[in-house]
Design a protein around this ligand. Structure first.
Ligand code: MG
Length: 467
């Protein structure tokens, strides 16, 4: 059982199946969510994890006990489930998924009537219901049923196609290698691509909750297999997804994999050429590329704290049409305010079709940055004090302080210095136009951080010794 007073993390409730996430606990979550929504039509769906059938039934039992009318879409990509909540006018939804986490994990995500994850203050309400066991129990004749919803994937694939030039893509007849990594992307992506006239080669396509072929996180290191296949079959592009298919990472025709903010910058460029003046929403951890493209093509970047739910909520508030993350999350507002791997794929093919250029050529045209990362241990209790002191020491430098501090330096280099939300460390992430510059920045600011932390530790020790 999860004992903490807080259940929801940065992306729903996550834990190891049958250790943290038992069926008894999942039923209580279902009861709490059903009580929170006050009954009504609630949609449920899940990814392909081994513990999914167990947990989804437990959640459904809880929802039913609270008088909800449950609609079950079964196994589907997270963004398809989110889209279905909106499309079928549900009161809300519950998704059983642990996204990119290792196979032993699972999770419970709660979404509002527009498919977007509920904000923190509503999670607190659900936590309050659960911890105080204030479950609403329907009378025996008020218990509703479970309705199977079979058309959600068709509706979703159709919706994605509405936002790109399908004819232009079809004329190109792209050959695309798809790597769902044994996750649920295989249910929607090959179909979407075939319907847009692409030739599709799949690897790791069978859904398998043990993720036997590669970890469910599409990091560049995990995509070597995809890169080899793209080159071997001479495909135009390869694309890999995380376990629940809301993130997409692309491999160009040379077999080179690219971080999500580079492909996001391509989508951004095309989008701003067609929609000048629009706002682009992205976490402060994204590459300066996003800012460069916005400046060149007449857009405005709104930086957010790190986290996909935050990007979704900021986009909703601003009615922004485009958002993205370095991890491969693309948010296309006219479709839905959540990251969506199928939408990302369609948008990249749209750029390739409209420009008539190879993916590698398009990426090579973007300004190039070198990235250096590092980290430094820092006790959680000192993190805020360290940040205050750091800001004093860098006074006068152009900066953003939405999440940690990002310093924008004279020579187009920048550094983000940010306390980790989950570990007792500070992370440093530098970008420079040369490798040396990025490395130099990391060394310099790690030293600044170290001296601040040491000074604070010494003063804490001194005050303890005196007390
Ligand atoms: Mg995911």
């Amino acid at each position: 059982m999860i004992k903490a007073r807080r259940l929801f993390g940065t992306n729903g409730i996550r834990g190891v199946a049958n250790r943290d996430l038992t069926p008894e606990f999942a039923t209580k979550v279902g009861s709490s969510v059903g009580t929170f929504f006050g009954g009504g039509k609630i949609l449920v769906g899940r990814d392909g994890r081994t513990s999914g059938p167990m947990l989804v039934r437990a959640v459904i039992a809880g929802l039913l006990s609270a008088g909800c009318d449950v609609y079950d879409v079964g196994v589907a990509p997270t963004p398809a489930i989110q889209y279905a909540v909106k499309h079928y006018h549900m009161k809300g939804g519950v998704i059983i998924t642990a996204s990119h986490n290792p196979p032993e994990y699972n999770g419970i995500k709660v979404v509002a009537d527009d498919g977007v994850e509920i904000p923190r203050e509503l999670e607190v309400e659900i936590e309050g219901i659960l911890f105080n066991e204030r479950f609403y129990r329907a009378t025996w004749d008020g218990v509703k049923g479970v309705n199977e919803l079979s058309g959600a994937l068709d509706v979703y694939v159709e919706a994605v196609k509405q936002h790109v030039n399908v004819d232009a893509i079809r004329r190109k007849g792209f050959h695309v290698v798809v790597d769902p990594g044994n996750g649920v992307a295989g249910l929607a992506i090959p179909r979407l691509l075939q319907e847009m006239g692409c030739r599709v080669t799949t690897i790791n396509a069978e859904i398998d909750g043990t993720f036997p072929k590669r970890p469910p996180e599409p990091t560049l290191e995990n995509l070597r297999g995809l890169a080899l296949v793209v080159k071997a079959v001479k495909a135009d592009v390869g694309v890999a997804y995380d376990g629940d298919a809301d993130r997409a990472i692309f491999v160009d025709e040379r077999g080179e994999a690219h971080w999500g903010d580079k492909t996001f910058a391509l989508i951004e460029k095309q989008f701003l050429m067609e929609n000048p003046g629009e706002v682009i929403v992205t976490p402060i951890s994204s590459s300066s590329l996003i800012k460069d493209v916005a400046e060149e093509f007449g857009g405005k970047v709104v930086w957010t704290k790190v986290g996909s739910i935050i990007v979704s909520h900021v986009m909703k508030r601003l009615s922004a049409k485009l958002g993205g993350e370095e991890n491969g999350g693309i948010f296309y507002g006219p479709h839905q305010f959540v990251r969506d791997g199928a939408m990302a794929t369609a948008l990249i093919l749209n750029v390739m079709a409209k420009t008539g250029r190879k993916l590698s050529e398009l990426l090579d045209e973007l300004p190039s940055y070198y990235i250096e990362k590092d980290k430094l241990a820092c006790p959680d209790e000192l993190k805020e004090l360290v940040l205050d002191e750091l800001m004093k020491r860098v006074e006068g430098v152009s900066m953003d302080t939405i999440d940690g501090v990002r310093l924008w330096l004279q020579d187009e280099s920048s550094i983000l210095i940010r306390p980790s939300g989950t570990e007792p460390i500070y992370r440093l992430y530098a970008e420079g136009r040369t490798k040396e510059r990025a490395a130099q920045l990391v060394v310099k600011y790690k030293e600044v951080l170290r001296s601040i932390i040491n000074k604070l530790l010494t003063s804490v020790e001194r005050s303890l010794a005196n007390s």
